[in-house]
Structures are given as C-alpha cells and as structure tokens.
Design a protein around this ligand. Structure first.
Ligand SMILES: Nc1ncnc2c1ncn2[C@@H]1O[C@H](COP(=O)(O)OP(=O)(O)OP(=O)(O)O)[C@@H](O)[C@H]1O
Ligand SMILES: [Mg+2]
Length: 291
C-alpha cells in the first residue's frame, strides 16, 4: 500500500564551522534533487533513498503489528510518525534498527539489507542512532563514561578523542557541566539530552526517536524538543515518533500517520494538519490537538 517518497522541503546542509573535535560526518552528504514520483521508487535502483522500507510485515504470534509498511527516507529528511497507541509506531522504528526482526518485506539502509548478518550490524552501528522514551542510560556510569563507551568499545576510539567528542556533544545539548555526574543526579530532561548526545557520539547519519519527551515532566519537554529541533536544523536525518504536533509542524518535512500497523496517511505537515484525508487521521488529530 503506502509507498512514498517525498520532496525535500528545505535543503538543510551540514552544520557550519562550529568548533568540534571529532570527525565530521553528521550532516547529509548526498542530498540531491528530488526525482521520485508519488509512488516511490520501487522499480528502479537509481533512487536516493538512504533507508528503504518495502512491504514490511511484523507479527507478534498471530497478532500483526506491521502490515505492508513501505517508506523511503532520504538523507536530510525529517519524518514524524504519529498515530494511536498500539498502531505500530515503535515496532516500525525498532524494525529499522533491528531491535525487532521483521517477518516479511525488506528494509535496506545505504543499500544493505537489514537482517542478522554482520554487514547489517555494521551498517546499523555506523549509521543509525536511537533515542528511547526511557533514556536507557547506564546508571552506574558517569555521563562521560555513558558517552564514551560506544566510541571506545565499538569504534576502538582512543579515550582522549572519545572524551573530546563527548564534550563536544554535551555542549551541543547544552549541559557540558554535567559531564562528571551520574544519570541519577540529573533531571529527566537532562538525562534525555545525555541520551541524545550519547547517540550523536556514534556519529550517525540518521537518528531515530521514539517518543523522546513522553516520559518527561511538562517543563522539561521544551528543552529536549529544542535540542532535537536544532539537530534537525543542522541537517540531521531523522525519524521521530511523537505526539508533539507543534514541534512536528516545525521540524517534519513529511508526516506519517499509522493505524493498526499500516501507514494510513503521509503528507507534508501543512497539508497533513490542514486537510487530512482519512477519517481516522482526522479523528486522531482532533483528539490530539484538543489538548
Ligand atoms: N514484544 C511484543 N510482543 C507482543 N506484542 C507486542 C510486542 N511489541 C508490541 N506488541 C504489540 O504490537 C502492537 C504495536 O505496538 P507498538 O509498541 O509498536 O505501538 P505504538 O504505536 O508504539 O504504541 P504507543 O503509542 O502506545 O507507544 C501493540 O498492539 C502491541 O501490544
Ligand atoms: Mg510506542
């Protein structure tokens, strides 16, 4: 069913000349002119999708959590997924990152099929960062150690270099002063910003966010959304599951609405919010925008 590619609304490029110490590869490097039609690029190999999701199904026992999900994500794109509880949003994100294995269809990242192979693990490790609702920091490690663990262990980076990378990204999420604390000593908003910095320390090309603010007290939501918005502005490719529709309107170049495991609607935010096509999406938006 829904197989879509979208136009890039704005051509954000790499962040510019900010002081940074690590290797630079965060921004989009191959955003190009849009050439995909309304039905995606199923038939050609020339498309510029960085992530291709094609006809993906996912079952938990006999329950179908994803039903024929297709989606293209090009570098530089920002996709926001919304939909009712249980509609498959987290499952979709988790299948991209191989935290769940899909049962049918295909997911490919940078041309590499996502399965249990070493090649898939490598492409995920090198390209995809994820931030969860529950920050998932290691409570027994300092913020610095939480941030450097991945680069040192998975990348073989020298500790001093990993430290400067950690300092750089903590600066970017605006909490450089927290580097020697432990997660339990930080507020929820600060912990989530650490989680974002930790993902960024692996220098991903795409960030996956699964309701990054829904476990936060209201006064901390804005600080985390601001960091994500800034990241989006710097050119980071992202897929974000969120019900923060104001944020979505600013950041997304494509809104995706899921229901019962399917992508029901997909449109640029302006169109999505002003003229949702399906009844289910209209009802959902009415409910969510009422708050
Ligand atoms: N590990 C699992 N085992 C069995 N069922 C699961 C599992 N994970 C998810 N499901 C089911 O799959 C469906 C989709 O779940 P998913 O977590 O993707 O929904 P969601 O859209 O993220 O919902 P929410 O907005 O509540 O986070 C739900 O019905 C859920 O109960
Ligand atoms: Mg979820």
């Amino acid at each position: 069913m829904t197989s879509a590619s979208s136009s890039t609304a704005h051509g954000h490029q790499k962040k510019t000349g900010s002081k940074r110490t690590g290797p630079t590869k965060t921004g989009p490097t191959k955003t190009g002119p849009t050439k995909t039609g309304p039905h995606g690029s199923d038939s050609t190999t020339q498309d510029d999708a960085f992530i291709r999701i094609r006809h993906v199904d996912k079952f938990f026992g006999s329950f179908q959590a994803l039903d024929d999900v297709s989606l293209d994500i090009r570098l530089g794109q920002k996709i926001v997924i919304c939909g009712p509880s249980g509609s498959g949003k987290s499952t979709a994100i988790r299948c991209i990152n191989r935290l769940e294995a899909h049962d049918a269809g295909e997911i490919a990242i940078d041309g590499v099929r996502i399965d249990d192979s070493a090649a898939a693990r490598r492409v995920l490790r090198n390209n995809v960062g994820m931030v969860f609702q529950q920050f998932n920091l290691f409570p027994h490690l300092s913020i610095l150690d939480n941030l450097t663990l991945g680069p040192v262990r998975a990348r073989g980076m020298a500790p001093a270099q990993a430290r400067s990378l950690a300092e750089y990204y903590l600066e970017r999420v605006r909490i450089p002063e927290q580097i020697d604390k432990f997660p339990g000593q930080l507020s929820g908003g600060q912990q989530q910003r650490v989680a974002i910095a930790r993902a960024l320390c692996m220098e991903p090309k795409i960030m996956l966010f699964d309701e990054p603010t829904s476990a936060l007290d209201p006064e901390m939501i804005a600080e985390v959304l601001e960091v994500i918005e800034e990241l989006a502005g710097s050119g980071m490719t992202m897929i974000c599951v969120t019900h923060e529709m104001g944020f979505a309107g600013h950041v997304a170049d494509q809104m995706v609405f899921m229901d019962h495991g399917r992508i029901v609607e997909m449109a640029p935010p302006k169109q999505f919010f002003s003229a949702p096509e399906s009844e289910r999406c209209q009802t959902f938006l009415r409910q969510i925008l009422r708050h």
